[in-house]
Design a protein around this ligand. Structure first.
Ligand code: HMG
Ligand code: MG
Length: 308
């Protein structure tokens, strides 16, 4: 067993995290968080979501966020945004996005609740988005929700995930992010799912997107690393959830993932202390403690040092 030497982290707190907050976070706070994440060395930030503001009002300032980021573009940093249909794509294009993500599901019930259509219909909607994006020289990422379990349907078969992954890959998605939306997976179920998907899409194009509802996300990342996966989505301070997945808690915390990877000697280019500082900043704004155990440990160590 050889673990990857380096891992790419896709920071999703701005989208997957803040989309689930009761109150909308001001655009200036989003931009300040993005600047702190960039200072910490994060190189891919999912910053916005061009969905219906009636469905997800927290993402209603996506055009403003992306325009501000375009003006202050930093070299080596990619900003991405969700675009579920052509309307979302046109808005993303106008706001200067260079990469968009479509998001489907391996469960019919979740697809209906989340994007109001069946899996087959969603793929039909994503196809023109992918075509248009590629025509404009943009990259397209594909998400699949409910890769091991669905809040409405229960267990999800690995074959169902593989089928959607293959369709997304064939329409031009360069990377497929496998979402354990409800965090129900354990290393065994996650491994079976990845094995099935990697038979149809190369491992180098697969990402793990694990929510930490049952505290299994770090174990699932380790199991995925053992299979050769080297791309993970995470959210600073463990912010997040999914508005259409009742009870689902946040994504795995970026601080926890970086602590794990540092301990394994796997490079990410991310400075853990600065990352924890970014998490502290957004938690202060939201008046809460970080969900990340690593962040809590780092912050309490820091306050002990200050008091001593
Ligand atoms: P719909 O109602 O079926 O769409 O929504 P429609 O085409 O029938 O249009 C209805 C209205 O929405 C129209 O406006 C459209 O213009 C408007 P009206 O005429 O009523 O004023 N509309 C839009 N407005 C802005 N941007 C758009 C857009 N499209 C239509 N792109 C839609 C379909 C997908 C838009 C809707 O269901 C929606 O926005 N859903 C939100 C889903 C969402 O954001 N979920 C959370 C993100 S996914 C996630 O968190 C999972 C992930 O993290 C992985 C994991 O953890 O599993 C990625
Ligand atoms: Mg998610």
């Amino acid at each position: 067993m050889t673990l990857p030497r380096s891992v790419k982290i896709v920071e999703v707190s701005l989208r997957d995290g803040l989309q689930n907050e009761k109150q909308s976070v001001p655009t200036a706070v989003k931009l300040a968080l993005i600047a702190r994440l960039a200072d910490a060395g994060v190189s891919v930030i999912e910053a916005a979501s061009f969905v219906s503001p009636k469905w997800v009002p927290q993402m209603g300032d996506s055009a403003e966020v992306m325009r501000a980021l375009r003006k202050a573009q930093r070299p080596g940093l990619t900003y991405t945004a969700l675009a579920p249909n052509m309307k979302g794509f046109e808005a993303a294009l106008a706001a200067g996005c260079t990469e968009v993500a479509v998001f489907g599901a391996a469960s019919e019930a979740f697809s209906q609740k989340n994007i109001n259509c069946s899996i087959a219909e969603s793929l039909e909607r994503f196809r023109p988005v992918a075509e248009a994006a590629l025509k404009h020289g943009m990259r397209v990422r594909g998400y699949i929700s409910c890769v091991v379990g669905c809040p409405y349907q229960g267990a999800v078969e690995p074959a169902a995930v593989a089928q959607v992954a293959q369709a997304l890959s064939e329409m031009g998605c360069y990377e497929i992010s496998l979402g354990d939306t409800i965090g129900a997976g354990t290393p065994k179920s996650v491994r079976s799912m990845i094995e099935a998907v990697s038979r149809v899409v190369p491992m180098t194009q697969l990402a793990g997107h694990y929510h930490d509802t049952y505290g299994m996300a770090i174990a699932n990342i380790y199991a995925s690393l053992e299979l050769g996966m080297a791309i993970f989505d995470s959210s600073v301070a463990g912010l997040g959830g999914c508005p259409y997945s009742p009870g689902a808690s946040g994504n795995v915390a970026s601080e926890d993932v970086i602590y794990l990877l540092n301990g394994l000697g796997i490079a990410t280019g991310i400075d853990l202390e600065k990352l924890a500082e970014a998490g502290r900043y957004i938690c202060e704004q939201l008046h809460r403690e970080p969900a990340s155990r690593v962040a809590q440990a780092l912050l309490s160590r820091r306050s002990r040092v200050v008091c001593a």
